[in-house]
Write a protein that binds this ligand. Structure first.
Ligand SMILES: Nc1ncnc2c1ncn2[C@@H]1O[C@H](COP(=O)(O)OP(=O)(O)OP(=O)(O)O)[C@@H](O)[C@H]1O
Ligand SMILES: [Mg+2]
Length: 248
């Protein structure tokens, strides 16, 4: 049966196995060209890592995908739609969520209120379902759910930030430097939390300076230096360059 939908599907703007596609993305802050013609893609359910040193442009990429900084050029496509000019709220409604650099949990709010703040548009039933999953996955969160989030360690706050982003069951989770400032034990705990996200079938884009633990979680990756891609490929293909960027 011929229909407009079938005609469109014959020439998709984005391959149908692609969830997110950055097509020559540019980000500028006045005279600073922070991201230059960056093209990457993330498939449904895949984990992609973006490795770069301080100032490489990682947060600029993550924030541009969420709509928190504008794209100065290029296109951001998500589920085949051009979202380059969409608001952060409409991107969130379409299933993109962020755990920002520095986690930014609300220190004076309880752990539970922090988690629920990620799902303010959901019905009570959906929010209860999200909480139930979270507390099963991280029982210590349940035990301390009334405690102010500011009393948690950095690693625990990172898990709360991930839980908050997961409340609305996103299709794409953006993690901006989830390991920043964490101890080796907290990095292991955060990695375990990210694996739970992967098991739920969500796609994850991780920006990191700490290449070693980040590469363990990913399928594909990119090495970014001063806003430009230096190498893209499987984790095995980018490993040596990614490790050499660490702490540059
Ligand atoms: N608001 C801003 N105004 C001006 N320049 C900025 C701004 N934000 C970032 N930059 C510059 O853009 C470049 C990329 O910064 P970005 O924060 O994206 O890098 P990053 O890889 O996330 O670094 P970090 O590891 O320190 O978080 C840097 O040169 C930075 O100084
Ligand atoms: Mg950053």
């Amino acid at each position: 049966m011929a229909s407009p939908t079938v005609e469109r599907a014959a020439e998709p703007a984005t391959p149908t196995d692609t969830l997110l596609e950055l097509d020559r993305l540019d980000v500028r802050y006045g005279g600073v060209h922070a991201v230059q013609e960056l093209s990457i893609r993330v498939r449904p359910g895949e984990t992609v890592v973006l490795i770069g040193a301080n100032g490489a442009g990682k947060s600029s990429v993550i924030n541009a995908i969420m709509g928190l900084v504008p794209a100065a050029g290029g296109q951001i496509r998500y589920l085949g739609q051009d979202i380059t000019r969409s608001s952060p709220a409409s991107r969130a409604r379409a299933g993109i969520r962020i755990s920002p650099e520095g986690r930014r949990v609300f220190a004076h709010l309880s752990i539970e209120d922090n988690i629920l703040s990620g799902g303010y548009t959901l019905s009570k039933a959906k929010r209860d379902e999200a909480l139930a999953w979270m507390y099963e996955a991280f029982p210590w969160l349940a035990a301390r759910r009334k405690a102010p989030a500011g009393t948690l360690s950095g690693g625990q706050q990172q898990i709360v930030a991930i839980a908050r982003a997961l409340t609305a069951s996103p299709k794409l989770l953006l993690l901006d430097e989830p390991f920043l400032g964490l101890s080796p034990v907290a990095i292991a705990d955060t990695s375990a939390a990210i694996r739970l996200v992967q098991e739920r079938g969500m796609a994850v884009l991780i920006s990191e300076q700490m290449a070693r633990p980040a590469l363990k979680l990913a399928d594909h990756g990119h090495v970014l230096r001063t806003g430009t891609l230096r190498r893209s490929g499987t984790v095995a293909e980018i490993r040596d360059l990614a490790l050499s960027e660490d702490y540059l």
